[in-house]
Ligand binder design. Structure first.
Ligand SMILES: Nc1nc2c(ncn2[C@@H]2O[C@H](COP(=O)(O)OP(=O)(O)OP(=O)(O)O)[C@@H](O)[C@H]2O)c(=O)[nH]1
Length: 253
């Protein structure tokens, strides 16, 4: 049974900060956001977790293996180096969607995203080491079949982007509402999905759904593991099997 540990990362009072004392230069905000994401990704990645940039002011991380002390250290380190601070909510559960909902509630309970008095709150629970297992995470790595031949080398870069984003939008909604999973675009034509215990049929159904809805053809490798890295790495290997064998769904466990 999966047991996903999810952390919601929310920049404190970021909206007001972006316009105080007057609107800040957009390129500076983009630079800040991408550097902050890179730093958090490195911090969490060094502990075998994954973080997804989502909206940049709110990021979602899979943090199995990160303790509450690790979370505190992240807050301290960002607070020391950036003009903004982070609030973190952590929760665990068999459903990634429910875990994220619980993590979000913890941050919301501490105050509004635009409450100037809410700074660096940290609330939640983690999975203690003795309770962690090799089946805690199920991660699926989707990509568009032959994106290079069908889109990148054929269409202009913006029309390719539209096609890829359509596939992502359809998949993320479907995996959220039909399969209780969280999908994140990670660049190129790749989407990483954090799943509960799903079966091969579920993935086949999802690929069929996206193909029918928006005419984008996907393939997927799925892995399991104790950490996001372990599960995600197995998923990447499984996806290589799809590429080598021309199959659409490969599970590696
Ligand atoms: N984040 C991430 N991006 C990747 C990964 N593999 C490929 N990409 C991105 O996806 C783009 C397309 O590469 P591929 O998916 O290998 O190419 P393709 O043309 O779709 O070929 P097939 O996947 O073999 O059907 C690359 O330019 C990268 O941006 C990965 O493991 N992680």
């Amino acid at each position: 049974m999966t047991n996903t540990q999810v952390t919601l990362v929310q920049i404190d009072n970021y909206g007001p900060w972006t316009v105080t004392p007057e609107p800040r230069r957009e390129a500076d905000l983009q630079t800040l956001q991408s550097r902050l994401y890179a730093d958090i990704s490195q911090f969490v990645g060094n502990r075998d977790g994954y973080v997804f940039f989502t909206r940049f002011d709110n990021m979602i991380a899979v943090t199995n293996g990160c303790s509450l002390e690790d979370h505190e250290l992240l807050q301290e380190s960002v607070g020391n180096r950036y003009p903004v601070t982070l609030s973190l909510g952590v929760a665990t559960g068999t459903s990634p969607v429910q875990a994220l909902a619980d993590a979000t509630e913890r941050v919301q309970a501490a105050g509004s995203a635009q409450d100037k008095d809410r700074r660096e709150c940290l609330d939640g629970r983690v999975i203690e080491d003795p309770h962690r297992t090799d089946e805690d995470l199920q991660i699926a790595h989707f990509d568009v079949v032959n994106a290079t031949g069908n889109y990148t080398d054929e269409l202009n870069a913006f029309d390719t982007f539209i096609e890829i984003e359509q596939g992502y939008a359809e998949l993320m909604r479907h995996m959220r509402y039909a399969h209780d999973s969280l999908s994140f675009f990670v660049g190129g034509d790749n989407i990483i999905v954090v799943c509960p215990d799903l079966e091969e049929d579920d993935y086949e159904e999802a690929i069929h759904h996206v193909d029918e809805a928006v005419d984008v053809e996907l393939q997927v490798g799925v892995g399991r593991g104790k950490s996001a890295h372990d599960a995600g790495f197995a998923a990447k290997h499984a996806l290589e099997t799809c590429r080598a064998d021309g199959t659409r769904v490969e599970l590696e466990w």
